[in-house]
Design a protein. Structure first.
Length: 242
């Protein structure tokens, strides 16, 4: 995609750029954001809390503490677990290993998603409420925290798997740069606008699919883990990237 000369330095020096980590990077961006939206739609309808959208959980936590949202413990559990998942998997990615950071991060995301799927089966996808639903919200939040570490840029441009508030803000900035910025930056701004719209569209589409699929809740997290597993076919082979 355009401005390759400007993008190459950040791609080659940044192991968390999807172009550095995966083959077919736009497909990976679309799939990961779609999966995040998919499980988020399911979780919100089943637990009353998000597992990927932590901005939403922060608001729900405040609403709950004001006495207007009974599922605030689920939001709090997901928020804390998301941070823990991000912290743990970031350290796993940074550790020295013969496996690439992308392989390690993806393996963590798949394993935590699979564990979440198993817990959903054991705890009847939280239909009885109480501590099982809180535990499931935490397990889902941890899995999405792991997924959030997978990459943070595409061709040197900031892109987020789970943080779509940031995506919307960046789209606004980039549209402004595309329309009114200097000529030297318009192509880059146009590229960033496209990437942001792709991520946002896939996240929303995933949320819609998760809403439809939650009629069969036993399988939704398992489908997410299976979809993530297919990304292993797109991981770039070769030397470990530090």
């Amino acid at each position: 995609m355009g401005d390759s000369a400007a993008a190459r330095p950040s791609i080659t020096s940044d192991p968390q750029d999807v172009y550095q980590e995966f083959r077919h990077p736009l497909l990976v961006l679309a799939l990961t954001t779609g999966i995040a939206g998919f499980v988020d739609g399911f979780a919100f309808l089943r637990y009353g809390a998000f597992v990927a959208n932590q901005s939403g959980n922060a608001v729900l936590l405040g609403i709950g503490l004001a006495g207007k949202h009974a599922a605030w413990p689920e939001s709090a559990a997901s928020l804390i677990a998301f941070a823990a998942g991000t912290g743990v998997v970031s350290q796993v990615r940074a550790a020295r290993s013969r496996w690439s950071p992308s392989s390690r991060g993806l393996a963590c995301a798949v394993v935590t998603m699979a564990l979440w799927a198993a817990l959903n089966a054991l705890l009847h996808h939280g239909r009885h409420g109480g501590w099982p639903r809180i535990a499931l919200a935490a397990a889902g939040g941890f899995a999405m925290g792991a997924l959030a570490t997978l990459f943070v840029r595409t061709a040197g441009i900031a892109t987020h798997i789970t943080y779509q508030s940031g995506t919307v803000a960046k789209i606004g900035e980039r549209i402004g740069g595309w329309l009114a910025g200097p000529d030297s930056r318009r192509r880059r701004a146009r590229q960033g606008t496209f990437l942001g719209l792709l991520a946002l569209t896939c996240y929303a589409a995933g949320g819609g699919l998760g809403t439809v699929a939650q009629g069969r809740p036993l399988w939704v997290p398992a489908w997410g883990a299976l979809a993530l597993s297919t990304l292993s076919l797109l991981v770039r082979s070769g030397r470990t990237r530090q």
